[in-house]
Design a protein around this ligand. Structure first.
Ligand code: SF4
Length: 421
């Protein structure tokens, strides 16, 4: 969106700065996310009461009229229209002109054709290879906001990655709403998952770069895919798994594609095949009917699989979903209590894992200078996703560097350039 707006001479400013146009790319995964969008609109208008405010993203896609009714909103754009935000911004009226707020919502069947130039930092680029989802998990509104599953053509993906690598990016993150459902439309006898075949071709591209997957459903962690990901020279030893729960009963009520046993089996297969694997996972607490036993099942999986980056969130009944209609809802305070136990478990595991890294060497991709406390220091991540603060600022001009871990400072590894460099 920033690239599209730049073509019309819009200049991106920091979040705390005054702006004439605010584009709020909303999330709707929980009721809290919807509230944050409404709050972001109010914050923008406090900064500049005469600003134009565009709301787009999943909340806009699913609840367009609700977004249009937020005081001060100038325009509502659906998920497919947002990449053409500049075109719509040209049609905006003055904020004080009366009239209905324009709403442009689409049918979510297309994929953008444009190539992007890369983002996030000077060294890491994100590439969406798949959009939408054909599942209908009972708690989820995302498949409604993103439409059915559709995939980018293989040639487009390979061309895009080569363009990133040629312009200096050292890491490419492969993204999708339901990444494992990537398909080229061709059936191959050789692999059980078209994503594996795509990743194999990506791995064969020339150049020095590493590949990371954004997140993956446990059902897609096939042996073929794990064998491919075990190639540490190309793939990052990090997986973020969309786990949601460790209880078979709850997974069934969520309408997930796997049960507890196969979840544990796939996580352990990943651990066996990928050397030095670090695991993260999305986990939900307080799904309706979740008993203490179900909750303990989730906790046990986090501990036994050593999920050091659990992304824990509390169930939030989204209007229109089957889960919101289940009679036995869990009290909000209990959902939060359970979430906090899982986060604490993750924190303990993470602390141990970070400390085990002391003395080890790794390849660091540089991201940004340290905000304030350590002038001159730089931050980046190892291939296994662990964050690192590099204390030798003279090497900050490099995008990738081999470091040795010296210690741990709360959740961050502290490193120096490896003596072998
Ligand atoms: S897999 Fe389930 S949770 Fe994930 S986007 Fe699809 S419906 Fe939602």
């Amino acid at each position: 969106m920033a690239q599209d707006l730049a073509k019309d001479q819009w200049k991106l400013v920091g979040p705390a700065e005054y702006a004439d146009l605010y584009v709020i790319n909303s999330c709707t995964v929980t009721a809290e996310a919807d509230r944050q969008t409404r709050q972001a609109v109010r914050r923008a208008l406090r900064q500049n009461p005469l600003a134009q405010v565009v709301v787009t993203g999943c909340y806009a896609q699913n609840e367009a009229e609700e977004c249009a009714a937020i005081p001060g909103v100038s325009l509502v754009l659906g998920n497919d229209q947002k990449r053409a935000v500049a075109k719509f911004a040209r049609t905006l009226k003055r904020p004080d002109e009366p009239g209905r707020v324009p709403v442009h919502i689409d049918r979510l069947t297309s994929l953008p054709a444009a190539l992007l130039n890369g983002f996030d930092s000077r060294s890491r680029a994100f590439l969406q290879v798949q959009q939408g989802c054909d599942q209908s998990c009972t708690f989820c509104v995302i498949h409604r906001a993103r439409g059915p599953s559709r995939s980018f053509a293989e040639a487009h993906v390979l061309r895009q990655i080569q363009a990133f690598v040629d312009s200096g990016y050292r890491e490419v993150v492969i993204c999708g709403v339901d990444l494992g459902s990537y398909t080229t439309g061709e059936v191959s006898d050789e692999v059980d998952l078209p994503l594996t075949s795509l990743l194999r071709k990506i791995a064969d591209l020339p150049g020095s770069f590493r590949v990371r997957l954004s997140s993956i459903d446990p059902v897609h962690l096939t042996d073929d895919l794990l064998d491919l990901l075990s190639d540490g020279s190309r793939f990052c030893p990090y997986l973020h798994v969309s786990m949601q729960s460790g209880s078979t009963l709850i997974l069934k009520r969520m309408k997930r594609r796997y049960g507890r046993e196969s979840l544990i089996d796939r996580l352990s297969a990943a651990r066996q095949r990928i050397g030095g694997l670090v695991l993260g996972a999305d986990v939900m607490t307080g799904f309706p009917t979740e008993s203490d036993r179900d909750f303990t099942d989730s906790l046990e999986v986090i501990k036994s699989a050593q999920i050091i980056y659990p992304h824990v969130f509390c169930f939030s009944g989204r209007p229109g979903t089957p889960a919101a209609r289940i009679p036995r809802q869990i009290e909000r305070v209990e959902r939060r209590r359970r979430a906090s136990i899982l986060r604490d478990a993750g924190q303990t595991l993470r602390c141990e894992a970070l400390n085990r890294m002391v003395g080890q060497h790794g390849s660091l991709i540089m991201e940004r200078p340290d905000a304030a406390e350590k002038p001159g220091a730089y931050h980046g991540r190892l291939a296994n996703y662990m964050p690192v603060r590099l204390e030798d600022p003279e090497n900050a001009c490099l995008t990738e560097i081999c470091v040795q871990i010296q210690g741990v400072d709360s959740d961050v590894l502290v490193a120096r350039v490896s003596p072998s460099e």
